[in-house]
Each structure stands twice: as structure tokens, then as C-alpha cells.
Design a protein around this ligand. Structure first.
Ligand SMILES: NC(=O)c1ccc[n+]([C@@H]2O[C@H](COP(=O)([O-])OP(=O)(O)OC[C@H]3O[C@@H](n4cnc5c(N)ncnc54)[C@H](O)[C@@H]3O)[C@@H](O)[C@H]2O)c1
Length: 246
């Protein structure tokens, strides 16, 4: 049997890099889509079954290319992980620039639809497939200062549930909602100054499990939702948040 195929967006860095490793370790062909060419190429050099597609996930043509690559080279496409995302600076709405709104919704929400538009018809023909979309606890337990981000992740959540209904029983759609994770996104929010450790400590104190998520926590949850272990699970949002959402 041919190896299964997963597409992981934002697979060059952060959660996406470890999600990529998780699937690769399980014998999948993994197609990483990322706008960071240097990191994407470096990541893909880590194994023969890792492939890099340089592209912007907000563009429909990137998804058409991803489908063409999986279909023509591997003859299948089993899993799409919409992981690439961005946040903005912590500031109240009246001080925000609407360009931040457009950027945030463009990167966080648009690919959820572009990916489905390109890949759902193929998965229907194939007879199965799975989408795992990375949302955030921000969509149900928002922190102040991140209104655009939180709202964009709420959109991811509802879009995912809607498509779970539209494409069951052939294709499953689920979300993962991380709280704070140890990636460059966290580094950007705590900064690198003398008080960055203090800021990190404050964040950890807010989490019942008293630590931030490690990328493997998210990757393990993606793996669960992507495989037959979760074959009766669709339209759910799995909080992987150390208890933050309670
Ligand atoms: N890290 C956290 O604390 C946290 C918490 C909750 C949710 N999340 C979500 O998890 C996901 C991953 O976050 P992360 O912390 O690993 O981020 P990260 O910034 O470490 O990595 C994101 C990756 O996505 C790529 N990317 C960004 N825009 C892209 C685009 N338009 N096209 C293709 N690639 C693009 C980047 O180049 C980068 O490699 C995001 O959706 C984020 O919103 C993160």
C-alpha cells in the first residue's frame, strides 16, 4: 500500500514543525506549505518523505499546487492540517489598525475555505479524508487585547463545524484549541527583555497545569484527530490547553 499523505501548513516552524515530525515518524509522506523558504527547505531536508511547497496558504493556487503534488506524486491525500496562523500585538480594539484585521482574518480564516475548495472534491472521490484546523482557546475564552485574533479563531471553529456537517460521513473536520504554546508566537508575546521570564511565569500561573504547551502536546492531539482512533469524532474542538478553558 502507498504511504498516506498529510499536508501541514506552517510546517516549517512552531507547532507545525512538530506536527510534521509526528506524521513523518508514522510513515506518512508530509507536504509542508510555508512562506518561510529557508526554514521550510531546511525542515524538508530532514527525511526523504518530507516535501516542501513554498507558498502562501491564503492563495487558492497554493492549494491547487498542493493537491496536484499529492495526487500526481503520491496518488492520494489523506490529511490536511491547517496550522499556519498569525496573531497581532496586544492592544484594545480602538487602537488597532484595520490592516491588522485584514491580515489576521486573511491568514487565519481564508485558508480554511481555500483548502476545502481545492481538496474536498478529491477526498470525496477518494472516499475519505480528514481536516484538522488549529483554532485557539481565544475563541471560547478570549484574552483582552487580541479581539481580531480571537474572532478569527472563532470563525475557524464555526467554519470547521459547518463543514463537518456538510461533508460527513466521508470527510471529518475537527479543530484543536491550544492555549499558550512554546513557539516563536510565545517568544514574540513575552519579548526578550529582562522581564520576559517574569511574564512567562505569569502566563504559566494562569494555567492549571502550570506550564505552557509544548509542540508535541499539539502534535499528539492532531495525530489522534487525523487517524481512525477518532473515527466517530467530527465537528469537535479539542482543547489542548492545560485546563485553561475550564
Ligand atoms: N503558540 C501559541 O501560543 C498558540 C496558541 C493558540 C493557538 N495557536 C495557533 O497555532 C498555530 C501555529 O502557531 P505557532 O505558534 O506554531 O506559530 P509560529 O509563528 O511559530 O509558526 C507559524 C508558521 O506558519 C507560517 N506561516 C505564516 N503565515 C503563512 C502563510 N500565509 N502561508 C504559509 N505559511 C505561513 C510561518 O512562516 C511559520 O512557519 C497558529 O494557527 C496559531 O494561531 C498558537
Amino acid at each position: 500500500m502507498q504511504a498516506k499523505v498529510a499536508v501541514v501548513t506552517g510546517g516549517a516552524d512552531g507547532f507545525g514543525a512538530t506536527i510534521t515530525d509526528r506524521f513523518h515518524d508514522e510513515g506518512y509522506q508530509v507536504i509542508i506549505i510555508d512562506i518561510n523558504r529557508a526554514k521550510g527547505e531546511q525542515k524538508a531536508s530532514g527525511g526523504p518523505n518530507l516535501h516542501f511547497l513554498f507558498g502562501d496558504v491564503t492563495q487558492q493556487e497554493t492549494w491547487d499546487q498542493a493537491l496536484a503534488l499529492s495526487r500526481d506524486k503520491f496518488g492520494r491525500l489523506d490529511v490536511v492540517v491547517n496550522n499556519a496562523g498569525i496573531t497581532g500585538a496586544q492592544s484594545p480594539v480602538h487602537t488597532k489598525d484595520m490592516l491588522e484585521y485584514e491580515r489576521t482574518f486573511n491568514v487565519n480564516v481564508r485558508p480554511i475555505f481555500c483548502s476545502a475548495r481545492a481538496i474536498v472534491p478529491y477526498m470525496i472521490e477518494q472516499g475519505n479524508g480528514v481536516f484538522v484546523n488549529i483554532a485557539s482557546t481565544g475563541c471560547t475564552r478570549p484574552r483582552p487585547g487580541f479581539a481580531f485574533y480571537n474572532a478569527s479563531k472563532a470563525a475557524v471553529n464555526v467554519a470547521t463545524k459547518t463543514m463537518a456537517l456538510e461533508y460527513a460521513p466521508t470527510i471529518r473536520f475537527n479543530c484543536i484549541a491550544p492555549a499558550v504554546g512554546n513557539t516563536s508566537m510565545l517568544q514574540a508575546s513575552i519579548g526578550s527583555g529582562a522581564d520576559s521570564q517574569e511574564r512567562l511565569q505569569k502566563i504559566e500561573d494562569l494555567l492549571p497545569m502550570k506550564r505552557v504547551a509544548q509542540p508535541i502536546d499539539i502534535a499528539n492531539a492532531v495525530w489522534y484527530l487525523a487517524t481512525d482512533q477518532s473515527s466517530f469524532v467530527t465537528g469537535t474542538t479539542l482543547e489542548v490547553d492545560g485546563g485553561r478553558g475550564i
